[in-house]
Ligand binder design. Structure first.
Ligand code: GLU
Length: 471
């Protein structure tokens, strides 16, 4: 049997972290078993489904490289098929027309509540064969009345549902449109899905679905229901815990592999291992190892993981990744250092690509003012002579390289009998405008010969002005 899994998002919202974890687990399961992973867009809710959300789903899946093995299925393209099954079940007496009015149903419900018994459709139209004047009927599935439905859930273990607790589900509304659980079953059967991995908010739908698989004459897939992801405060993950749309994580500069690595650990583990290559995830992932309890989202850990990935991603690749952020920030890349140099200077220091790009602003954009505090502390008259000497030294360098720059700073400091830090920090403020950057030789190298000369001149002028003002 070839394993076939699917991810079946509803485009009533954007793709969020929780859905991506579901998609990832389905994808990993299929990949682990050399099977197929399919995508189904559950867009039957026409009012709330939008093309933008469908786009968001494709876009997010593509960014994360969670590739599907077949063209996506759209439920809205399958209405004929759903109608066909409805007709078939009506003919086979597996479904029936229900003519109950809203008022009747309401009354039934109130009575059931008052009696304190089970609430749900009581099946009164099961044996009615006469249409009712002026009522467009719905179609209901004849759920078995006796027995239990056993779900051998890969995550939750054995879960039993009493058929007596399940009422007859509406499968087609009075306007003929099919309902959610019905479509899911027909699709999973037609798509030959062998394993359904989804959020545990769907566990209660599962017994009804299993009954409908039986009505279709199809073997139900195996199920695995994933526990929720909570925020650090224990509440269900939502907007206030951070970005909702998975694409926001891309915009913030997370690497797709890092995000997937983070998500795979939400509810699944393999010993103590934290870092997994995609190959390892595929090799080790098993749905049976998924935890039953909810996991919580920890943004700091995600950032930490992202940094681990940034540290080891090859320079050329990372430079390609950071480039769009540099561009988005409006930097003239041609007029500054090669992004590869930025990447090498910052890979140990930045947790996200955006942070890296923002930190490197001084390499591409001239600043107006030195940061006041840093300037006050480091651009002082005592450093005027060493800075002037250093500016000259640097201007004369044969080669603009980290090594040459380092030697220039060292020798200038020694010549003025000050230690390197005493010169390095003023130099840093001079060339970056502020007090924090990579090692000074690397920083100066990044800034480039011309800008370094201009900025040192500017710093020297500022110190001169300061010295003049204090006399
Ligand atoms: N469309 C459902 C959802 O977005 C998924 C249903 C399923 O996986 O069976 O929650």
């Amino acid at each position: 049997m070839t394993v076939r899994t699917r991810f079946a998002p509803s485009p009533t919202g954007v793709l969020h972290l929780g859905s991506v974890r579901t998609a990832l687990f389905s994808w990993l399961y299929a990949r682990h078993h050399g099977g197929q992973f399919l995508l189904r867009i559950e867009d039957t809710d026409r009012e709330r489904s939008t093309p933008e959300n469908v786009e968001a789903i494709f876009d997010g899946m593509a960014w994360l490289n969670l590739t599907a093995d077949e063209e996506p299925i759209y439920q809205t393209a399958r209405f004929d098929r759903y109608r066909e099954v409805t007709e078939q079940w009506l003919a086979e007496d597996k479904a029936y027309h229900c003519y109950c009015t809203r008022a009747e149903l309401e009354e039934m419900r109130e009575r059931q509540m008052a009696e304190g018994g089970q609430v749900g459709y009581d099946g009164r139209c099961r044996d009615r064969h006469e249409p009712r004047e002026g009522v467009d009927p719905v179609v209901r599935f004849k759920n078995p009345v006796d027995g239990v439905v056993v779900v051998n859930d890969a995550v939750r273990g054995r879960v039993e549902f009493d058929n007596g607790q399940l009422d007859d589900l509406i499968i087609a509304r009075s306007d003929g449109t099919p309902t959610y659980n019905f479509c899911v079953v027909i699709d999973d059967a037609d798509m030959q899905i062998t394993h359904v991995i989804r959020g545990d908010d769907h566990l209660n739908n599962t017994p009804r679905q299993i009954n409908m698989f039986a009505a279709l004459g199809a073997t139900p897939p195996s199920f695995g229901h994933l526990p929720m992801i909570l925020g650090a405060d224990g509440a269900k993950l939502s907007k206030r815990h951070g970005a909702v749309d998975i694409r926001d994580y891309r915009d913030e500069g997370f690497l797709p592999e890092a995000l997937l690595n983070y998500l795979v650990r939400l509810g699944w583990s393999h010993g103590d291992q934290e870092l997994f290559s995609m190959e390892e995830m595929i090799e080790y992932f098993d749905i049976a190892d998924v935890n039953q309890s909810a996991s919580s989202f920890n943004p700091e850990k995600l950032r930490w993981l992202n940094q681990q990935y940034i540290k080891v991603t090859p320079t050329a690749t990372l430079a390609g990744e950071v480039r769009p952020y540099l561009e988005e920030l409006g930097y003239d890349i041609g007029g500054g250092p090669d992004p590869e140099a930025v990447v090498d200077a910052y890979r140990e220091r930045a947790e996200t690509l955006r942070e890296m790009a923002e930190s490197a602003r001084y390499c591409y954009v001239d600043f107006e003012e030195f940061e006041a505090k840093a300037a006050k502390k480091h651009l002082r008259p005592v450093i005027l002579e060493p800075l002037r000497a250093l500016a000259e030294r640097l201007a004369d360098l044969d080669e603009w390289s980290v090594l040459e720059i380092e030697a220039a700073v060292k020798e200038t400091a020694a010549a003025h009998e000050i230690n390197m830090g005493k010169l390095g920090q003023p130099l840093r403020v001079a060339v970056t405008g502020a007090g924090v950057s990579p090692p000074i030789d690397v920083t100066v190298c990044l800034v480039g010969r011309e800008r370094t000369a201009q900025r040192l001149a500017k710093a020297i002028a500022a110190i001169e002005a300061r010295a003049a003002a204090s006399h």
